[in-house]
Design a protein around this ligand. Structure first.
Ligand code: TMP
Length: 264
C-alpha cells in the first residue's frame, strides 16, 4: 500500500485528516467542515490491484458533486456543501458509520457469485446489504444482528440508513434511466451529522462510477469501475460518457491531467 504514503506537495499547508484508497480528507476552512480530494488511484480486491488512471479523480469529483447536489435539492441529506475546484469539494465533517451499504436492483458481482445467479437478472425487489468497513477483514458482509450487537449502529440508525438507501436508489435509478443507463447496484456510506444536540444520518463519501454498476441500456456496456476490475480498458472514456450524459461535462471538454494534483 505504498501509494497511501504521504506524497502531497502542499501549495498551502492544510492539515491532512485521513487518506483512503481513492480520496484524501483535509481540514476545512471552518470548524465542522472538511475538504474531500479525489485522487486518480483505482484499486480493486482490497487494493491488491492498483493503478493510477489520469483524470479519474476529476471525473468522480464532478459526477459525485452532481449527484449529491441533486440529493440535497430533493431533501435527501448529505455531507456535501459545494465543489471547490477540479479535484476537491467542501463537505461537512461527519462520524462515518463503519458500514458499506449496498443496494442491488440486478444480479451482478458478488451477489451473482454467492447465490449462483445469472448476471443481469432483474431482482424480485431491491435488496439492501451491509458490509463491515474493515480492510483487514476484507469488508465482510454482516447482518443487522451483528451491527446492533457490536454497536456499529443502533436499530433506529439502521432504519434511517435503509430509508436513505431506498431514496437514493429511487432517485439514481430514475436519473440514470433518463440517460439510457441501467443502475445495477451501488454502494453508499453514511455518517452522523451533529447539529448542536441533534444528530441525523446523512449520505457521505462519494457516489460515482467507482461505487456503482452502470450498464448502457442498449448495448449493456459497462460504464463503471468493472472496466478496471475486469481489465476491460477504456475507464476514462466510460466515466466521461457518464459525465456527458448527466450533462456535467460539455461534449468537447477533456479532463486529462487537470486541476490540483497529488504528486509523487
Ligand atoms: P459487489 O458486487 O462486489 O459486492 O459490489 C456491489 C456494489 O458495491 C458495486 O456497485 C460496487 C460497489 N463496491 C464499492 O463501492 N466498494 C467496494 O469495496 C466493493 C466490494 C463494491
Amino acid at each position: 500500500m505504498d501509494f497511501l504514503k504521504p506524497r502531497y506537495t502542499p501549495m498551502n499547508r492544510r492539515r491532512r485528516i485521513y487518506e483512503g484508497k481513492a480520496k484524501v480528507l483535509y481540514e476545512g476552512p471552518e470548524p465542522g467542515t472538511l475538504i474531500q480530494h479525489f485522487k486518480d488511484d483505482a484499486t480493486a480486491f482490497n487494493a491488491k490491484k492498483h493503478e493510477v488512471i489520469d483524470g479519474k479523480g476529476v471525473l468522480n469529483n464532478r459526477i459525485s458533486e452532481f449527484i449529491f447536489q441533486n440529493l440535497n435539492d430533493i431533501g435527501v441529506p448529505t455531507h456535501f456543501i459545494r465543489r471547490m475546484n477540479m479535484r476537491e469539494q467542501l463537505i461537512r465533517e461527519v462520524e462515518i458509520v463503519p458500514l458499506e451499504v449496498v443496494v442491488r436492483n440486478v444480479a451482478a458481482g458478488s451477489l451473482a457469485t454467492r447465490l449462483g445467479l445469472e448476471e443481469g437478472t432483474q431482482l424480485p425487489r431491491s435488496i439492501i446489504e451491509f458490509y463491515y468497513k474493515n480492510d483487514q477483514l476484507n469488508d465482510p458482509m454482516v447482518s443487522e444482528e451483528h451491527i446492533t450487537a457490536f454497536g456499529w449502529a443502533t436499530p433506529q440508525e439502521i432504519d434511517d440508513i435503509m430509508a436513505l438507501a431506498i431514496r437514493v436508489n429511487d432517485f439514481l435509478s430514475g436519473l440514470f434511466l433518463g440517460v439510457g443507463i441501467r443502475l445495477v447496484d451501488f454502494k453508499i456510506e453514511t455518517g452522523r451529522l451533529w447539529e448542536g444536540d441533534m444528530m441525523r444520518i446523512v449520505v457521505a463519501d462519494e457516489i460515482s462510477p467507482d461505487s456503482c454498476r452502470l450498464w448502457d441500456i442498449k448495448s449493456s456496456d459497462k460504464l463503471d469501475k468493472d472496466r478496471f476490475r475486469k481489465d476491460l480498458g477504456g475507464l476514462i472514456e466510460a466515466y466521461t460518457e457518464v459525465a456527458k450524459r448527466l450533462g456535467v461535462m460539455s461534449e468537447n471538454e477533456k479532463v486529462q491531467g487537470g486541476g490540483p494534483r497529488l504528486v509523487q
